[in-house]
Ligand binder design. Structure first.
Ligand code: PLP
Length: 394
């Protein structure tokens, strides 16, 4: 018997554990100080009332023989798939219901999708990056090549035809950088992927934060994407489902390579290894698309967007270079005074008790950068911004 030795190749990430240790050591030494956390990637507002009502009703359904639900379709209930289809249509994207697969979140699907790809595919990921893309490939023994996301390209790397790739990860709006591709930029990626017969794994988890029309909410808004892309999306940031767990993946029927259909393979994979998202949760997710639900989740998104603007305005005032903030809950800033990411982390913690995330934890190109998030409360964000101004204006 041998375990999968590729697990030895996964880089250990000490990012969030190091942050936690530093913060708790600081709190222990300074119990009188209030720490303001702008490092969190989790939402803080509760589920919308329309979602809560739907969840309650669905729980009641489960209490009666006539409305009880046991195993559901592995790929999700039609009522939710139809709601998602309607949402895409409102963004000008026509989908077939069979192209939509409901899951317990984008993270699971981003890992599980690799089941349908051969192990010798060349993988291309941006650096800095959401670590899940890298680690899931390393676990399977795939080599990962990086494309540089830097201040020079606005943290939005573009295709290089001299580089071959089979699987390309794009995340827009991006975690950690907050940068978002325009439709014109994504068209270049779609053309590249179709030319190379590659597949783009497009992470749209932060799509709901987009405010500008020239940015893409879905890669399928781009002509040609249905023959080269799979899209992952989630109710986590859209509607506060981080603890409720629901997402969806769109695998176009037109995506084929070597006579094999990605859609058929994913259906086979899901029906073999997954037994569906709970009925109750899917009812809650469907409520997000009702008129009331949309109004309520938009109010929550606006709340986070106002926090993001407070942070972005602060950076503008201080003359600090950053990406994000406008179409994203993340603000990715250049550490002032040439500080490296961890030095800046310590500087903020020790002087003003503000906690963010050092960019170096997301990849080599993150060194010298720092991520602040808009998912905290308005009060905490306002206080943190005032403290940052007080410290850095000097
Ligand atoms: N994709 C990105 C870029 C994320 O930042 C996150 C969560 O932080 C996810 C996917 C995971 O989403 P989910 O909660 O649906 O698993």
């Amino acid at each position: 018997m041998q375990f999968n030795a590729h697990f030895n190749d996964i880089a250990q990430s000490y990012l969030f554990s190091t942050i936690a240790k530093k913060v708790s050591a600081y709190s222990a030494a300074h119990p009188d100080k209030t720490i303001l956390r702008l490092g969190i990637g989790d939402v803080t507002l509760p589920l919308a009332p329309a979602v809560i009502d739907a969840l309650h009703r669905a729980v009641d359904d489960m209490a009666h023989k006539e409305t009880f639900h046991g195993y559901g379709p592995e790929q999700g209930y039609d009522f939710l798939k139809e709601s998602i289809r309607g949402y895409y249509a409102s963004n000008g994207v026509e989908l077939d219901a069979d192209e939509i697969f409901i899951s317990d979140g984008a993270k699971s699907d981003l890992g599980n999708i690799l089941d349908i790809f051969a192990n010798d595919n060349k993988v291309l990921v941006p650096d800095p990056v959401y670590p899940v893309y890298v680690d899931t490939n390393v676990m399977a023994g795939r080599k990962v090549a990086y494309m540089n996301a830097t201040a020079e390209n606005g943290f939005l790397p573009m295709p290089d035809y001299s580089v071959d790739a089979d699987i390309i990860y794009l995340c827009s709006p991006n975690n950690p950088t907050g940068a978002a591709y325009t439709k014109a930029q994504l068209k270049e990626w779609v053309d590249y992927a179709n030319a190379k017969k590659a597949v783009i794994l497009y992470d749209a988890a932060y799509e709901c934060f987009i405010t500008e029309d020239d940015l893409a909410r879905s890669i399928f808004q781009i002509e040609g994407a249905k023959t080269c892309a799979i899209e992952f999306c989630s109710f986590s940031k859209t509607a506060g489902f981080t603890g409720t767990r629901c997402g969806y993946t769109v695998v176009p029927l037109a995506l084929e390579r070597g006579g094999m259909s990605a859609n058929k393979m994913w259906l086979r994979r899901q029906t073999t290894k997954f037994n569906g998202v709970p009925y109750v949760v899917q009812r809650g997710a469907a409520a997000v698309f009702t008129q009331e639900g949309q109004k309520q989740i938009k109010a929550n998104i606006s709340y986070y967007q106002r926090n993001a603007k407070l942070i972005a305005d602060c950076m503008d005032e201080l003359g600090i270079w950053y990406t994000g903030g406008k179409n994203s809950p993340y603000i990715w800033l250049k550490c002032p005074g040439g500080m490296d990411s961890w030095t800046f982390f310590d500087y903020l913690l020790e002087n003003i008790q503000v906690v963010g995330t050092p960019g170096a934890g997301f990849g080599a190109n993150g060194e010298g950068f720092f991520r602040l998030t808009a998912f905290g409360s308005e009060e905490v964000t306002k206080q943190a911004v005032e403290r940052i101004k007080g410290l850095l204006k000097r």
